[in-house]
Design a protein around this ligand. Structure first.
Ligand SMILES: [Zn+2]
Length: 334
């Protein structure tokens, strides 16, 4: 498969020419909504019925770790729910790593804290402010007081690339109309395998973008695109999701794409609203093949943060730890 980074117009044309919008979800507001399938309850993933499995837990269409508290489904059983949280979601959390702290992405229990591996330094978010506690003799960041910029040098926790991808595929399948699930039965089985080395489709292309600014995507937006015609040399379906500072785009793996074997299929990045109309906040893209099942350990990430004010409540000259409280303006990974 091939991905081209071309102009915004080319990218818009690519989607207009090849795809219909099958699903467009915008999670605005605090009101919960459950996507329901009436009749006997059956799990979309393991295909077991109520009686064989239970449906007591709240099943979130998108992981809570990206800030979804409102969109639920009634077709994910407790057993699959546990599987996804135990074997998949942590990998997406670790892949996002310290970025979730700096972008104030609220998970199940608020914005996650970031700690260094030896726990000598940490970053917490309290009342919307970033509180940094670090060893004075080995600070975790470099500060440019004149320009009010600090650059953190952080390490992502270990993650498995294909498990990150599967977490996104799970979100995509959660919002598909029931009558589209026939093409994704093998996909669902693949998601339920605890053995991440079991290959279903390769490559697993994922486009990731980060837009500067304070929560440029203020609510979760998710879309599923379906190919207009099977004679077109593009993946059958693609999934796009935007939240806080991030967008992700993946192909939803399916046997339908076996028709592309031996051909060159093009994938373009769906342009977010910020790329089309925002002249203030820069968006950076990265494309990765996420099919690797080997754990990625110690991946370094640099996060730059601009702040409005800094407070040092505990500046005790004799102390080894140093506390600073920053009021954020905007931030960007570099
Ligand atoms: Zn199930």
């Amino acid at each position: 498969m091939k991905t081209n980074n071309t102009t915004i117009e080319d990218r818009i044309q690519y989607f207009e020419k090849n795809y219909n919008i099958l699903v467009d979800v915008n999670l605005v507001g605090d009101k919960s909504h459950t996507i329901r399938i009436d009749g006997l309850r059956k799990c979309r993933f393991c295909e077991r019925n109520e009686g064989e499995v239970t449906f007591k837990k709240e099943a979130h269409a998108f992981s809570e770790l990206i800030g979804n508290r409102t969109l639920l489904t009634n077709y994910e059983c407790d057993s699959c729910n546990e599987h996804f949280s135990k074997y998949l979601e942590n990998h997406l959390a670790n892949y996002l790593g310290p970025a979730r702290t700096f972008t104030l992405t609220k998970g199940k229990t608020g914005v996650p804290s970031y700690k260094t591996a030896d726990e000598s330094s940490r970053v917490d978010v309290k009342s919307g402010e970033i509180v940094v506690q670090t060893m004075a003799d080995q600070p975790m960041f470099v500060e440019d007081e004149k320009n009010k910029l600090i650059t953190f040098h952080a390490t992502k926790p270990t993650y498995v690339p294909v498990a990150v991808y599967k977490t996104l595929v799970k979100m995509a399948l959660s919002i598909l109309p029931e009558n589209e699930m026939d093409a994704f039965k093998t996909t669902a089985k693949w998601l339920l395998s605890t053995d991440h080395s079991k290959v279903f489709m390769r490559p697993c292309p994922m486009n990731f973008s980060f837009t500067n600014g304070l929560k440029p995507h203020p609510f979760i937006k998710a879309m599923v695109f379906k190919v207009k015609d099977l004679s077109l040399d593009v993946p059958f379906m693609q999934f796009f999701i935007a939240f806080d500072n991030f967008t992700f785009q993946i192909t939803i793996p399916t046997e339908q794409d076996l028709r592309l074997q031996g051909k060159t299929a093009t994938i373009q990045a769906f342009p977010s609203i910020h790329e089309v109309s925002d002249t203030e906040n820069e968006t950076k893209h990265a494309l990765a093949d996420m099919s690797d099942w080997n754990p990625v350990k110690g991946s370094k990430v640099e996060v730059q943060l601009a702040y409005e004010k800094k407070r040092c409540p505990n500046s005790n000259p004799g102390a080894t730890a140093h506390n600073s409280r920053y009021v954020m303006r905007h931030f960007c990974p570099s």
